[in-house]
Design a protein around this ligand. Structure first.
Ligand code: AMP
Ligand code: MG
Length: 422
């Protein structure tokens, strides 16, 4: 049967600008307020739900920044190669050993990098500026000032100072700081649970044999990886056919289980695009019906009474990823408890090929940014078709050129804005 007995033309959807859509999404997202305790070993890539201070000073105690001799500055300030100052070496202090003696006038202690400064010493002379014989050391060059090569107790941070603010993502430096502050257990936000599924009668999973007309569900894999990269927990609900009842059932399940739902496909104006009407049936408040962006126009966003936010994402593979990078990423950042900024990173770059924009929509063209020898960012668009169905030339791209609404050709060597991805 061709068509349907009653012809229903769907209403034109209201369209928001990219900025309006982004602001609206950020407005409706509230950070997760549930926290959990995480051991230090497992806290990488998690978001701090407490501010962290330490009971220790950093450095813990005065220590040497050089291999050399701990001295009193007043003893050695006149030293020159012609008139060296000779001191008596009273002890050797390797890193990790507590000094045993107090330094008196005309004395020095042999000291190594990181070792604790003995009481009475205020300066370190690097060993390159000395010669030694038995228990005598000759200081050949005077240090330029007192405290030279001494890392003072509390110089980097005093005990009690906030070292890491709530809302910080734990990366390599923060791991080191937590360890050094002896935070063996850390309070973090729980990770967002994000349900994800693909809709479409044509879809099969990659392990099935492709029959004519079918399409392999790549979105499930791209979006799952995207979520993992964002520190969210993906809840994969598979492929759902364009069947109202089955789709409704899966959507309902997703909305009741997850903080966020990402479904791909079924949000255009086609006869089999049921997502928006089912969102309404399920009690969702439709906030976004479409966005003036290319690719990714039919983005649909709804909010549910239980707090779940539903993203109905267009099915074309490039549209799906661009929607995630441009709109879902800020939402996830805010949801995760991360401190602002949640918006994507944009930089200025010079385009190395001419670019064509769409008249009515903000256009995102995928490509690669690299930095030349002068440190200037250069944008090279991906070669081949910039069709939203062409996922092949997305490979090895690292950014999207972001071109404003209004049809125009952007010439080679013009400056453009580029959104960094990944
Ligand atoms: P739709 O948004 O459902 O109209 O789908 C638009 C286009 O994207 C169609 O050509 C689909 O076959 C394709 N598509 C939809 N979902 C997926 C998917 N999960 N993986 C790959 N392609 C898809
Ligand atoms: Mg479809």
């Amino acid at each position: 049967m061709i068509g349907k007995t009653t012809v229903q033309i769907k209403q034109a959807k209201s369209m928001l600008t990219v900025n309006q859509a982004e602001s609206l999404i950020l407005d409706i997202i509230s950070p997760l307020d549930q926290t959990e305790t995480c051991s230090l070993e497992n806290v990488f890539n998690r978001v701090l739900a407490e501010s962290v201070s330490s009971h220790l000073d950093f450095p813990y105690w005065d220590n040497s920044a050089m291999d050399g001799y701990a001295v009193k500055f007043e003893d050695v300030q006149g030293a020159t190669p012609n008139q060296p100052v000779v001191l008596t070496v009273i002890e050797e202090i390797p890193a990790g050993r507590k000094p045993q003696l107090t330094l008196r006038s005309q004395q020095a202690a042999r000291i190594f990098t990181g070792a604790m400064l003995p009481t009475g010493a205020d300066t370190v002379v690097m060993q390159e500026n000395t010669t030694s014989q038995g228990d005598r050391v000759s200081i050949l060059i005077a240090p330029s000032k007192p405290q030279m090569f001494v890392r003072k107790k509390g110089e980097y941070a005093e005990a009690g100072k906030i070292l890491l603010a709530k809302g910080t993502m734990i990366k390599e430096p923060e791991m080191a700081i937590l360890a050094t502050a002896q935070k063996n257990e850390v309070t973090v936000y729980r990770r967002p649970l994000v349900a994800i599924f693909s809709t479409g009668d044509e879809l099969i999973s990659p392990d099935k044999t492709l029959e004519p007309g079918q399409i392999i569900d790549s979105n499930q894999f791209a979006l799952t990886s995207f979520l993992q990269g964002q520190g969210a927990i993906p809840l994969n609900l598979g492929i759902v056919a364009d069947d109202r009842d089955r789709l409704r059932e899966t959507m309902n399940q997703a909305i009741n289980r997850a903080d966020l739902v990402l479904s791909t496909g079924g949000v255009s104006v086609g006869d089999y695009d049921y997502v928006e009407e089912l969102l309404k049936e399920l009690g969702g408040e439709i906030l976004i019906q479409s966005v003036a962006i290319k690719p990714g126009k039919p983005l649909t966003v709804a909010r549910f009474a239980n707090g779940c936010i539903y993203f109905g994402i267009p099915g074309n593979p490039v549209s799906a990823l661009v929607s995630c990078w441009r709109f879902v990423q800020p939402a996830l950042k805010k949801l995760s408890g991360l401190a602002n900024p949640w918006r994507p990173n944009f930089i200025k770059a010079r385009t190395k090929n001419s670019l064509k924009t769409d008249s009515k929509r903000e256009t995102y063209l995928w490509g690669k940014v690299h930095w030349d020898d002068q440190g200037n960012a250069q944008f090279q668009g991906a070669s081949g078709s910039h069709s939203s169905g062409n996922l092949i030339n997305l490979a090895q791209t690292n950014c999207l050129a972001c071109l404003p609404q209004g049809e125009q050709i952007i010439d080679i060597d013009q400056d453009i804005l580029v959104m960094l991805i990944g």
